[in-house]
Design a protein around this ligand. Sequence first.
Ligand code: ADP
Length: 447
Amino acid sequence: MFKKVLIANRGEIALRIHRACHEMGIKTVAVHSTADSDAMHVRLADESVCIGPAPSRESYLNIPRLIAAAEITGADAVHPGYGFLSENARFAEILRDHGIAFIGPSPEHIRMMGDKIIAKETVKKLGIPVVPGSDGGVTTDEEARAVCEKIGYPVIIKAAAGGGGRGMKVVRSKEELPTALNACRTEAKAAFGDDAVYIEKFLGKPRHIEFQIIGDNHGNCIHLGERDCSLQRRHQKVLEEAPSPVINEETRQRMGGIVAKAMADFGYSGAGTIEFLYEDGEFYFIEMNTRVQVEHPVTEMITGIDIVREQIRVASGAPLSYTQDMVRFHGHAIECRINAEHPFTFVPSPGMVTQYHVPGGLNVRCDSAIYAGYAIPPYYDSMVAKLIVSGYTREGCLLRLRRSLEEFVVSGVTTTIPLHQTLIENDDFRAGKYDIHWLEKFLATHN
Ligand code: ADP
């Protein structure tokens, strides 16, 4: 097992990784920018290294500085968390060349899944159903028109290198197509340095259902069921739950079985998420994330399995601690992403946290790295806490969530806690009746 892990991240996920390491008897190294000298992950880690100024490019995304920090501290592995370099194949490769383990899949697998066109082709061959659309990339207007005529409007043009909800354009008629294609390619080039785009059928009322999988280096891969992440704003998740209110046990086992077998055949090692759109009883793959996800705790709450711990184990060469038969689902869990933003206009609200009180009690978990007296820097993601609550039933979970949100105090900055409070009182939400467009419509009536 590793002796010392460098955590190449910040915020709540850096803390989450630190916790898993310390429970396993592994020492931790925090890295931080000058804006994060007072961050909780820096305070808790065994050692810390300042790797540069506030802009991520010069610190959390700076590979030479991270490698230097790992070498100076003698870390034998690096956990990238999510975001930043977590899906950067080059980073994983450079670490491998330096004899430092990357806690994640192989660079080859990261690279394949990081290109959404290759990812779609790959999983299709492995027996996973995909959204109908172009076979590979599309460059000319003629090609695009032919694809759209075949699949029918509306369609969505997506950047092969896209991520974080960016690089997508919905096209509703053939008149809009040439301009949209051109704009999407130009934007993709500017944002991701790659102008490859592809076309998919735009589904009208799907849910976003994703399956958590973990594979090891011994040919095993298991699934930990699904998460429903349909509550989104600008393609970004706001609240997630597991299990999905619309997936029954038979479907869970069937789809979970398909993805776990596909990933075992692929030889995948590490944690991963296979994302689907689910409409009228059918699943359509959209992408795979080759890292731990923000919403992983809802799965941990209903399975009791520590996903980060398993990531560390498999990266060290150990086999998974669980077989598929050992995975049991208990109850229901919901996660609210709490951002330092206005709850309805989403204007960022960085600044000093004057008071901070975290809710507690049975089955209440809060993953956060903020504290009273901490100044939330304006340079990074605005998510400051994740409140995860579970219950024996979805209804019980909602009652506990209402009580927990009511107890949560974050003063000095504005947060999205009131958004969650409003959401969970809504009849559609309470009935589990929502698709990926529901939240935006709901917000439009609240502004
Ligand atoms: P990203 O990598 O940027 O997260 P995804 O491919 O995962 O991009 O898509 C993000 C979200 O965009 C999905 O959860 C869904 O809400 C919406 N979306 C993506 N593809 C489609 C599609 N074919 N039809 C309808 N909505 C889509």
